[in-house]
Design a protein around this ligand. Structure first.
Ligand code: BES
Ligand code: ZN
Length: 652
């Protein structure tokens, strides 16, 4: 997952001692609140009503201007023209709404959109609307006047060339080099920069779309998709299951389809398609394993789309069509736990959705747990325990860094992101602390009970929204009370509302990593690298090996390893990133050219942050970072640029 520790600025003034006192006070407060919440019980659930029947929005979302108790959207009919010359989308969003009887307006989210006209009804009667001044990071509220009985509003609009969700690539930024490319990244709150809508994870809607693109290109969405190009460049889409706005997605490019199994396949540029189909061949096994664990797949098809290397994430779980970075095409299927992860989101996230970004761990922690179970099923426990062990290392080091950066409050699973960018919550906490919390629950009740509980959780809450407090209620009822196990609220206190890590963590032990540790011991005792026994090591063993290398190494030691194992020339982006990090730290200049090439080509934030982060630790490194960044920045998506500008104090 993505990691970046630069939001500590705000908190730097807090002294450790006051943090400690605050923690004590917060804990006391928490205990009182918890007692109160338990006393209130289900009364909390029924106390708010909603304008919509098909959403379960009952929570205030600090990252949306929508007022769902007045009016919510239930369906989107989107018509759009994709203009590669002007780098804009010109569109009409026809939004079906459900409003309370006395509602006089509906509030939508927009960011950087130019609104040309708004009408209501099928007959397109004129109506009043106003666009509020923009605020960071939310954008501008769009208020549209409605009458009793208004069922539909029609918004005619254009995106801005800088629309934050969109990345417009020129042909040189693609594998083929001949055609332009466009893709979107809507999570967390960027859907509003390309469609006016209610951009809150608690509001779900179905959609249909008609998208016009240049005739040489194929368009794909998070919907039912075409499998080949047509001659007029007009594509129709339907998504009949209700989804939240952050799962809206579009990609346009010179794309081909290759089937993998009966329900699965991959889209990619022609230059990449064979490699991609080889890499993802195990996806059907993963899908079957997932269904056997937690219930039938609800989205009919599961396809993957391989994007150009500037895609800012490893993967994005757009329903029916996972978007994936080409940096996982290692050639040996060794990085496909990412596919298991995005596939798992078809249950955790897309079916049962975090109500707000403060509950982000419900999406990601569940997904890491589920991903690990899929990997265990398909590749065995010795494989999945390597993943768990790497996750534990990540988690421990991130918690330490966050504490050091004065950012301890964000080490809680339940976040408080009001007034901040939800991106601040994308840390190892939601992913790995979330994962180890669920693993703790599993260990407490036993795997059989826990699996039954999870299958029930996905079934009972399908197409609904979940807050952390809903989760606690559900767990108390369906995991503990149902199984006659006493409720242990200290678990919630420590894991969900407490800072840092509980004293008692799940035991993770990887025999394969222990073997790596002993090889490392031999090398450190003087055995030459070339004569070490590394046969059958997978990417994960190599990653563990590189991570365990001593912090300080001289150039001879680095060269010895590089000559023995060819790290600098590795085609594996995870290994490269781990190695480059050590190379920067130890000023091992023979890798610098490869490092620069990598940073100019790849825009995946998970790699960029540790590499630039390592460089800026010294003055000379900072200079190098800025030189490379100036060159590479035009190839990065907004979400990476937004992170790195801040990290490097870069003023464009
Ligand atoms: N949904 C996330 C990506 C995301 C999170 C985008 C928050 C925007 C805001 C996706 O499922 C994810 O977690 N991707 C990881 C891969 C994974 C294997 C941990 C990534 O991109 O590194
Ligand atoms: Zn995820």
């Amino acid at each position: 997952m993505e990691k970046f520790m630069f939001n500590s600025k705000l908190l730097l003034n807090f002294k450790l001692i006051s943090n400690y006192k605050m923690t004590l006070r917060t804990n006391m407060l928490f205990l009182c609140c918890l007692a109160f919440m338990i006393a209130l019980g289900s009364c909390k659930k029924s106390s708010t009503t909603n304008a919509s029947e098909n959403t379960t929005m009952k929570t205030y979302d600090p990252h949306s201007y929508a007022l769902p108790s007045e009016a919510v959207m239930t369906h989107l009919n989107w018509t759009a023209d994709i203009d590669f010359e002007k780098k804009i989308i010109q569109g009409v969003a026809r939004i079906s709404i459900h409003a309370s009887e006395d509602a006089k307006k509906i509030m939508l989210d927009t960011k950087g959109l130019e609104i040309d006209k708004v009408t209501v009804g099928l007959d397109e009667s004129p109506t009043e609307f106003s666009l509020a001044p923009a605020q960071e990071p939310l954008g501008s509220a769009l208020e549209v006047e409605i009458q009793p009985g208004t069922k539909i509003i029609n918004i005619y609009y254009k995106t801005s060339p800088g629309a934050e969700a969109l990345q417009w690539l020129s042909p040189v930024q693609t594998a083929g080099g001949k055609h332009p490319f466009l893709f979107t990244q809507s999570q967390a709150i960027l859907a509003r920069s390309w469609i006016p809508l209610q951009d809150s994870p608690g509001i779900r809607f179905t959609y249909e779309a008609t998208v016009t693109v240049p005739a040489s290109l194929l368009a794909l969405m998070s919907a039912e998709n075409p499998q080949k190009k047509n001659s007029d460049g007009v594509y129709n889409f339907t998504m009949k299951q209700p989804i939240p706005a952050y799962l809206m997605a579009l990609a346009v490019g010179d794309l081909e389809f290759e089937p993998i199994g009966p329900r699965t396949g991959v889209y990619a540029e022609p230059e990449v398609i064979e490699k991609a189909a080889y890499e993802f061949a195990e996806v059907d096994k993963m899908l079957e394993a997932a269904e056997a664990l937690y219930g039938a797949y609800q989205w009919e098809r599961y396809d993957l789309l391989v994007l150009p290397p500037s895609f800012p994430f490893g993967g994005m779980e757009n329903p029916r069509l996972t978007f994936a970075t080409p940096t996982i095409l290692a050639g040996d299927r060794s990085l496909t736990s990412l596919v298991a992860h995005e596939l798992a989101h078809s249950w955790s996230g897309n079916l049962v959705t975090n109500a707000t970004w403060n509950d982000f761990w419900l999406n990601e922690g569940f997904t890491v747990y589920f991903e690990n179970r899929i990997m265990e099923e398909v590749f065995g426990p010795s494989y999945s325990e390597m993943l768990a062990s790497l996750a534990m290392q990540d988690l421990k080091s991130e918690v330490e860094e966050m504490k050091k950066g004065g950012n301890a409050a964000d080490t809680r699973l339940k976040l408080d992101l009001k007034g901040r960018n939800p991106d601040d919550g994308v840390t190892s906490i939601a992913y790995d602390k979330g994962y180890f919390f669920l693993r703790t629950l599993e260990e407490k009740v036993g795997r059989e009970r826990f699996d039954r509980f999870l299958a029930g959780y996905f079934k009972a809450n399908a197409f609904k929204t979940m807050t952390t407090e809903d989760f606690i209620d559900y767990t108390n009822d369906s995991l503990f009370t149902k199984n006659n196990i006493p409720i242990d609220s200290t678990l919630y206190e420590q894991w969900i509302y407490g800072e840092g890590l509980p004293a008692q963590l799940p035991m993770v032990s990887s025999a394969r990593f222990e073997q790596v540790d002993s090889v490392m011991g031999l090398w450190q005792a003087g055995k030459p690298a070339k004569s070490l026994n590394t046969t059958n090591w997978s990417t994960h063993e190599w990653l563990h090996f590189i991570r365990q290398l001593p912090d300080q190494m001289n150039v001879q030691k680095m060269r010895e390893l590089d000559e023995a194992f060819g790290f600098t020339l590795s085609g594996n982006t995870e290994i490269l990133t781990a190695w480059f990090t050590k190379a920067i730290r130890n000023k091992y200049t023979p890798t610098y050219k490869a490092l620069e090439d990598f940073l100019v080509e790849v825009g995946r934030r998970k790699f960029l942050v540790p590499l630039y982060g390592e460089m800026i630790k010294t003055d000379a490194g900072r200079k190098m970072a800025l030189t490379i960044y100036k060159k590479a920045r035009p190839n990065y998506h907004f979400v990476a640029v937004n992170t790195l500008d801040d990290m490097l104090s870069y003023n464009p």
